[in-house]
Write a new protein. Sequence first.
Length: 493
Amino acid sequence: MIIKIATIDRASLISWESLKITDNINEKVNTCNFSLLVKENQTYFPDTGDEVEISDDSEILFAGTIVKINRKMLAPKLEQYDIQCKDWTQDINRLLVVESFDDKTVNYIIDYILTAYAPTFTDTNVNCDFTFSTMRFNNLSVSQCIQKLAEAVNYFWYIDYSKDIHFFPKADEVATFGLTDDNDNYIPKSLNLAYDITQIKNRVKVQGGEIEGSSRTETHNGDGTKTTFPTYNKFSTLPTVTVGGGAKTVGVDYLDDEASYDCFWNFNEKYVRFKVAPTTGTNNIAITGIPLIPIIAQVEDDDSINELGVYEFYIKDTTIRSIDEAKQRASAEIEAYANSLSEGSFKTYTDGLKSGQVINIQSTIRGIDEDYLIQSVRTSMLSPYKREYSVSIASMRTLGIIYFLQNLLLTGRREEKSTENDVLYKYYIDRQNIQVTEEITLETAVQDYQDIEVTELIRKDPFTPEFVLSPYFPTSDSDPKRPMRLDISSYLY
């Protein structure tokens, strides 16, 4: 086995039993862990950011970058570096994508994104001519963009260790072998399959957000006293109001000027308030607007209900903005949970399995004949020359809900809601060098002598002061009045 760190084979320094490689499906990061020994007088030390490539003969088992190193002393002159690596996903996600595409194929979009944001990656194994009328990416990583495309066209994808993107239909990549009762493709007793009926859901009701309905008129009876009338729905825009057929001016309650309108509409509290109570009349008050109607969809599985009885489930997700999306959400839940879930794992010594492949399990003894999707493959070393693979699988039937829910949980980012009115902004920092010069002129000092004549006028008061209460300011030099204080002025006499 060859273990290259920064292009140099360091296999002799690696503890082979510490080597663990995990291959995860789709955008999930593949990882590799191993320990490297540093002895006395050793001049080589690994560093974060170093590229790692692990291969056996002509097959690359892992390639990526060192992202974390933990150092610990095993003896006074022996140190161990515990190294964690991530695959090329670490590199491809350095930049965030802000782009908009109209009438472009998946092939074009992926090629453009890689060229602009990840030029060291290729798309040799991308082949999808599906055309999107509109596709927008607003500050998503490259892998999130590819995942969004994959979900939209029902594809899988991954980055191989040569930095090439594989983008292919679900169930299109089949494992090089399957599992049967009499082949030796898995370790005896390691195959575990779990069937779970605790999550049975065969009648699912989904309540989403709100959508605009058709224009509706609500009528009320005036009584000459009542000024506030409820609206049964929230209106999407300002409604029109008439009383006895006469139009009234409508403002927004608490926002518009009270003196400028006849009545006021409150969106949240759902009412219309009049300044003057409408006159008595039957249905003489008409409020017309576009109501916001809650999205509600119900899907059920008749076969499951007939076999197991009704198991109802309710979902409220205000991010759902259409009836079709609510039906899809309910259908995905039904598809996954109308019957028991099936997941499992097994171990094997046979090479060739990768996440995203479909493997068939056929057992006459167990009565199984079903396809499973490989979720992850974990590689462990039994010796420097022999590997064991721990494989995690999920039934293809379960797969739909797994990815649907993962998409909903993607940091709350429902990018598929982009519309033609969305505007994506890019900002750039423009750095320029500016040279500033300063010109200083030295002037010779000049002494300036001038004669100045100053005169002083001294005037003596020709009168006896006349004290008045403070504050007071004399009006002229002949004014005899002067301010005094009652507590001390008597001492002046």
